[in-house]
Each structure stands twice: as structure tokens, then as C-alpha cells.
Design a binder for this molecule. Structure first.
Ligand SMILES: Cc1cc2nc3c(=O)[nH]c(=O)nc-3n(C[C@H](O)[C@H](O)[C@H](O)COP(=O)(O)OP(=O)(O)OC[C@H]3O[C@@H](n4cnc5c(N)ncnc54)[C@H](O)[C@@H]3O)c2cc1C
Ligand SMILES: NC(=O)c1ccc[n+]([C@@H]2O[C@H](COP(=O)([O-])OP(=O)(O)OC[C@H]3O[C@@H](n4cnc5c(N)ncnc54)[C@H](OP(=O)(O)O)[C@@H]3O)[C@@H](O)[C@H]2O)c1
Length: 597
């Protein structure tokens, strides 16, 4: 690359997104300069043993001691470093090691400046004349550097969100947030209120309920729950082209689906031989019927999950961690789902009038964004859905926000990798932001609101794995033209029924590695149930034929999603209305019911 096309690019943040951004920019021949404010790489996975001092210094401690990832290694990895071995849910230290391996493999360390905090960014002429970046070094001194382009990788889980609840300022007990949590020692001998039930709270509330004197859980809405274990493997093994049938891009030809049907009928005994592994993705013996880590698939556990999925009305982000469920059934966690009305000095008062004495409030209520360090930049409604592909601002030149796409099932880092590949090509001038970007932003907003955000309006980062990656693949030019692989049945079938792993996007296009990508795709066993493969072929084929598609959509409009989603697994354990009432945990519901009696 000559010096006029080679650009000097500032990367803010050395978490997974910043690390992969360095790699993708290097691939395109640019000069990335990454600034990381802390003393090590890894972002939220940069676990600090001395948690209290880290909190005092203002750094968020993303992971806690026992964090086991919600997403399996096959979908947490980057395309050019697939994991070896079987599908597992890594402990956070294993994922941190993976990031170190990635840094070493591609020699990224020389491009990283640790203990360098970016304090201000000034886009010159909306970035058309580059960016002036103010950086504070380890000795506190600031210097201003000039860059041609800017990648903001400062993380969507860095600034704690503590809701503004009446009376909280007068609460005399301790107030904490999931980002400060390490172990449940802090809860010993205390009466604790945990708030929210995302994936942080699923772990934190369960751990606290084991050590606290009392553990109360406040919900304002019911989460949609997905066990991390299905059919003795990780549930994210279902994340495939066939399962994500709501998005069938044009480069997946109808011929491919018809051929897949033929292969399915002819090769089923060979391709889909399903010998059950001895260990599941948590290293648990598969002879037990486990839903998650240490979580048996008992009738009561399954019914609670189904009841909450019904009550959640679907169409929202999924909490992929059900390890807390047994402690609700056995009473260690006391749920109140009516929402919090207010706090007094010693008590929480719920909307249904229930009062509880509390010593510690643990808010596991997520995170918020702040881009004030970019002078003159106003993200519309502070909502990343107003960026093209949740990444590219249309009003700043050569700029990307990488790390703000959170797939419902699938890893954030792999989405960041694809966004970084697209950004690197934009910076090279090999790609242009499409002329219809605003219409596409609007279409994504509409789609994601309907599918995922309707009942979780504040979760703007949520995307669909296949839809998001396939759209980025088209922009990059690395989309998988499935029909090209028809003569390689082992690979071809896995492209649809195997997991939609990041390596698929190294088969074709810029910086492709077709041989190693094909090899790693072939190594992954097909765990999608046979019946679901047929269902997926049918749904994707019907999407291909327009008249059928319209009929399918018309049918979907009338579908009651709450019922649809509640019954999506374990058909042998049906849900009854009595179960739904039993697990609704709202005193007002029960009061109404009992008043009628
Ligand atoms: C407990 C927990 C478990 C998780 N498990 C999963 C999982 O299983 N799968 C999954 O996909 N995601 C998971 N996540 C989400 C996780 O946050 C993201 O996948 C990941 O952190 C994305 O990396 P990132 O680089 O975008 O952001 P981060 O990891 O947040 O990194 C951002 C970096 O930017 C630095 N920074 C910020 N501002 C500045 C500045 N002004 N100057 C210099 N440096 C700056 C920060 O210090 C940080 O190192 C989990 C999160 C938590 C908290
Ligand atoms: N084991 C793991 O791998 C693991 C563990 C922890 C976190 N993570 C990841 O880390 C990220 C952050 O997860 P998170 O759970 O911390 O945040 P989150 O996903 O944003 O969830 C926040 C939760 O707080 C609730 N909430 C927000 N405001 C509230 C309010 N005012 N009152 C009551 N409840 C409120 C939300 O409920 P509503 O739905 O009603 O808005 C939601 O349940 C995610 O990407 C997640 O996948 C992974």
C-alpha cells in the first residue's frame, strides 16, 4: 500500500473490539495506534484480582471471579483463530487467554499503548481532515496527536447504569452495581435486594442467594430465558443459517436449499449420525439431564422457564443463563415482579405494596453510553441504532463505533471483527457507505424493534446474528455463495446446519483463508436436531418464494408470540395456566385472585 492510501488510525480501547480492529487495519496495510487506559489488554475480561482498588480508581470490573461465558467458544472466537477441541463455555480466564493468543499470533502488541487514556477527540471538518486526539499518558501529561481515521472501541459495558428510583438517595444501606461485583462474600449476613435479571444478575443473584441472610429479586418485567444447554450441547449450536430463517439473503440461492434437501434425504445416516458426547459444554456428564451449569432439567425448573417466557411476551433480548432458577424453586431467592415503587432509609417498597428490610442493594441493571469526549458529536437519541450497522456514523468521515452490536445468540467480538473489516476497507477507499444507508438504518430499526426490542426498549445494541453478519458480509464482499460448495457435501451441509461460525466469512472475499476456514467448519459436529433441519429448509425455501413468504408473514402477524416462545423447548413438560400464576410472583396478581374467591 502506498503512503497516500495508508492511513494512521486511532483506536480507543484495548478490549476484544479494539484488538480485532488493530488486526483488520493491519491486514489492509494501515497504521493502527491503539490507546488503552488500563494497564492491560482485554477490556471487561481483564480481570483484576484486587477488585476494590480497581473500583476506587474508576475502572469497571466487568467479569466476576466465577464468570463462565454465556456464548460457547465456537461463536466467541474470531474468524482467523478458531478454537481447537470441542464446544465449551469458557471460564473468563480462558477467554482472556484466547485474546492473548490472538495478540501473539498476529503480533499486535507493538501497536498498543497501555495506560493511555483518550480524553478528547476533535473531528476536523467532520473528520474529512482527520481527528485531533488528546491522550493522557501514564505520568498524567497530555499530548495531542493527529490521525486520519478513528475507531471508537471504548466498550458498551463500561459505564454502570443505576436507575433513578424514588428515595434511593435516602437509603442508608450499601448500594452496589454488577460491574463492582466479584464474589458473594460481600453479601454474608446481609439482607440483599438484587435488581434486574439480565445475564449479570442471573449469576450474581444466584451467588448472593447462597450466602446472604435473605435475597430478594426485583423485576420490572419477565426476562425471556434460554438455557445454555440443549440436547446435551450448548444451545448456541442452534445458531445456524437454517435456524435463523427470518433472514434469507439473496446470495443463499433456492437451488442451495433444494440441494440441501436432497443431501438430507440421501446422506442423513452418515452426516447426522448423532452419537452423544460424554461431556456437555460445561464439562458435565451428559447422562444427567442438565439445562445449564449445575442446573437439572427438573419439571419445576422447566415450568418456571416456560412460564416466564410466556409472561415475557417474547420479542426481547434473551437471558441465556438459567442457573438461578433452582434457587427460586427452593425459596433462596424471593422474587417480586411488580417493580420498585421507592426506597426508605431501611426498606424497599414494591409497587404491589410489599415492604422488605434491606442492607444492600445490588443493581444489575446494565450499562449506559457516553460519547461526550468526541467534540461536537451528538449521537441521535444516544441510540446506536442511528449508526449504519450499529457502527458507522453517516455524519463523520472515516469513523466507526466498534462493539455496539450485541447478538441475541452469538458473540459480540465476532460482530466487532466484521464491523472492523468493513471499516478498514472504508478507510482504504475500497468500499463506500451505500447511498441508501439512511433507509437501511430505518429498516434495521423497524426490524429489530419488532423482533427484539419491543419489550426491552432500552436495549438498542441487540442484533440478530445471521442478519447482522450477513449484511456486513455483503458490504465487505465476503458473503458465502453457498451454491459454490454443492460438490463438497460435508462442507455444504455444515454451512447450513452446522453453527454459523465466524470462519464462514473467511471462505471468500478480502483476506480470505479458504482452506483453513473450510477445515475448521468441517470439524464442527452438526447438533441441530434432524426435525429442525427439515423445518429450517422449509422455512428458508418459503422465504425464497415470495408468495409463500407473504403468506408466512401474514400468519406471523396474527401469531401470539408469547405462547409461541413459551413452548419452544421440552414439549414433554407442558405449561398450564396454574403454572403461569404460580410463577408470576406478583402479590397484586395473587391479591386480585384471592379477593375474587
Ligand atoms: C460478566 C460479563 C460476561 C460477559 N460474557 C459475554 C459472553 O459470553 N459473550 C459475549 O459476546 N459478550 C460477553 N460480555 C460482553 C462483553 O462486555 C463484550 O463481549 C466485550 O467486552 C466487548 O469488547 P469491547 O472491546 O467492545 O469492550 P470492552 O471489553 O468494554 O473494552 C473497552 C476498552 O476500552 C477502554 N477504554 C474505554 N474508554 C477509554 C478511553 N477514553 N481511553 C482509552 N481506553 C479506553 C477500556 O478500559 C476497555 O479496556 C460479557 C460481559 C460481562 C460484564
Ligand atoms: N455469564 C456471562 O456470560 C455473562 C454474565 C453477565 C453479563 N454478560 C453480558 O454482559 C452484558 C451486560 O449484561 P447485564 O446483565 O449486566 O445487563 P443487561 O443485559 O443490560 O440487563 C439489564 C437488566 O436490568 C434490568 N433493568 C434495567 N433498568 C431497570 C430498572 N430501572 N428497574 C429494574 N430493572 C431494570 C433490565 O430489565 P428490562 O428487560 O426490564 O429492561 C435487564 O433485566 C451483556 O452483553 C451480557 O450478555 C454475560
Amino acid at each position: 500500500m502506498n503512503s497516500t492510501t495508508q492511513k494512521r488510525v486511532c483506536i480507543i480501547g484495548g478490549g476484544a473490539s479494539g484488538i480485532t480492529a488493530i488486526k483488520q487495519l493491519l491486514d489492509e496495510g494501515h497504521v493502527p495506534v491503539c490507546f488503552e487506559r488500563s494497564a492491560d489488554m482485554g477490556g471487561v475480561f481483564n480481570y483484576k484480582k484486587d477488585q476494590d482498588s480497581a473500583v476506587e480508581s474508576g475502572l469497571v470490573n466487568g467479569v466476576y471471579k466465577n464468570t463462565v461465558l454465556t456464548i460457547s467458544n465456537y461463536l466467541m472466537c474470531f474468524s482467523d483463530l478458531p478454537p481447537t477441541g470441542r464446544r465449551r463455555h469458557w471460564h473468563h480466564t480462558e477467554y482472556r487467554q484466547y485474546l492473548s493468543d490472538y495478540i501473539d499470533k498476529f503480533n499486535l502488541a507493538p501497536h498498543i499503548n497501555l495506560q493511555h487514556r483518550v480524553t478528547k477527540v476533535v473531528p476536523v471538518n467532520q473528520g474529512t481532515n482527520g481527528y485531533q486526539v488528546t491522550v493522557q499518558g501514564p505520568n498524567g501529561a497530555e499530548q495531542v496527536q493527529q490521525f486520519d481515521a478513528l475507531a471508537v472501541c471504548s466498550g458498551t459495558h463500561q459505564i454502570a447504569n443505576i436507575p433513578n428510583i424514588k428515595g434511593l438517595e435516602s437509603f442508608a444501606g450499601k448500594i452496589s452495581h454488577g460491574s463492582q461485583y466479584n464474589t458473594s462474600d460481600m453479601a454474608k449476613g446481609k439482607r440483599v435486594l438484587c435488581v434486574g435479571l439480565g445475564e449479570s444478575s442471573a449469576d450474581i443473584t444466584r451467588e448472593i442467594s447462597e450466602t446472604a441472610d435473605e435475597c430478594h429479586l426485583a423485576l420490572r418485567s419477565y426476562p425471556f430465558l434460554i438455557p445454555r444447554n440443549l440436547n446435551h450441547s450448548s444451545s448456541d449450536a442452534w445458531t445456524s443459517r437454517l435456524h435463523h430463517d427470518y433472514h434469507t439473503p439473496k446470495h443463499e440461492s433456492a437451488i442451495s436449499y433444494l440441494m440441501l434437501l436432497v443431501y438430507y434425504l440421501l446422506l442423513r445416516p452418515f452426516l447426522f449420525k448423532r452419537d452423544r458426547a460424554k461431556m456437555d459444554s460445561f464439562d458435565q456428564d451428559t447422562s444427567q439431564n442438565m439445562l445449564d451449569l449445575n442446573t437439572p432439567g427438573s419439571t419445576e425448573n422447566v415450568k418456571l422457564i416456560k412460564a416466564w417466557n410466556y409472561l415475557s411476551k417474547g420479542r426481547r433480548f434473551a437471558t441465556k443463563n438459567v442457573t438461578f432458577v433452582p434457587n427460586i424453586i427452593n425459596g433462596k431467592i424471593q422474587v417480586n415482579a411488580s417493580g420498585i415503587d421507592r426506597f426508605t432509609a431501611q426498606q424497599v417498597i414494591f409497587n404491589d405494596g410489599t415492604r422488605k428490610d434491606i442492607d444492600l442493594v445490588m443493581f444489575a441493571t446494565g450499562y449506559k453510553e457516553n460519547f461526550d469526549f468526541i467534540e461536537g458529536f451528538q449521537l441521535k437519541d444516544n441510540n446506536v441504532r442511528n449508526l449504519f450497522m450499529n457502527s458507522i456514523p453517516t455524519d463523520l468521515h472515516n469513523c466507526a463505533f466498534i462493539g455496539w452490536a450485541r447478538p441475541v445468540t452469538g458473540g459480540i467480538p465476532a460482530c466487532s471483527e466484521m464491523a472492523a473489516r468493513y471499516f478498514a476497507l472504508l478507510v482504504s477507499g475500497k468500499r463506500k457507505i451505500p447511498a441508501d444507508a439512511q433507509q437501511r438504518i430505518a429498516a434495521d430499526q423497524k426490524f429489530y424493534h419488532e423482533f427484539y426490542s419491543k419489550n426491552s426498549p432500552t436495549l438498542n445494541t441487540v442484533v440478530g446474528w445471521k442478519r447482522h453478519l450477513e449484511n456486513l458480509a455483503e458490504l465487505i464482499g465476503c458473503q458465502v455463495h453457498t451454491a459454490r460448495y454443492i460438490l463438497q457435501p460435508g462442507l455444504f451441509v455444515r454451512l447450513f446446519a452446522g453453527s454459523l461460525v465466524p470462519s464462514q466469512y473467511r471462505l471468500e472475499g478480502p483476506h480470505a483463508m479458504p482452506d483453513s476456514a473450510a477445515r475448521s467448519i468441517r470439524e464442527i459436529p452438526i447438533t441441530l436436531p434432524s426435525s429442525h433441519i427439515l423445518y429450517g429448509i422449509k422455512m428458508n425455501l418459503s422465504n425464497k418464494f415470495k408468495f409463500l413468504r407473504q403468506r408466512a408473514l401474514a400468519r406471523k402477524t396474527n401469531l401470539d408470540y408469547s405462547e409461541f416462545f413459551s413452548e419452544w423447548f421440552r414439549f414433554d413438560i407442558p405449561l398450564t395456566l396454574k403454572d403461569i400464576h404460580r410463577f408470576s410472583f406478583r402479590a397484586d396478581d395473587f391479591n386480585k385472585k384471592f379477593n375474587k374467591l
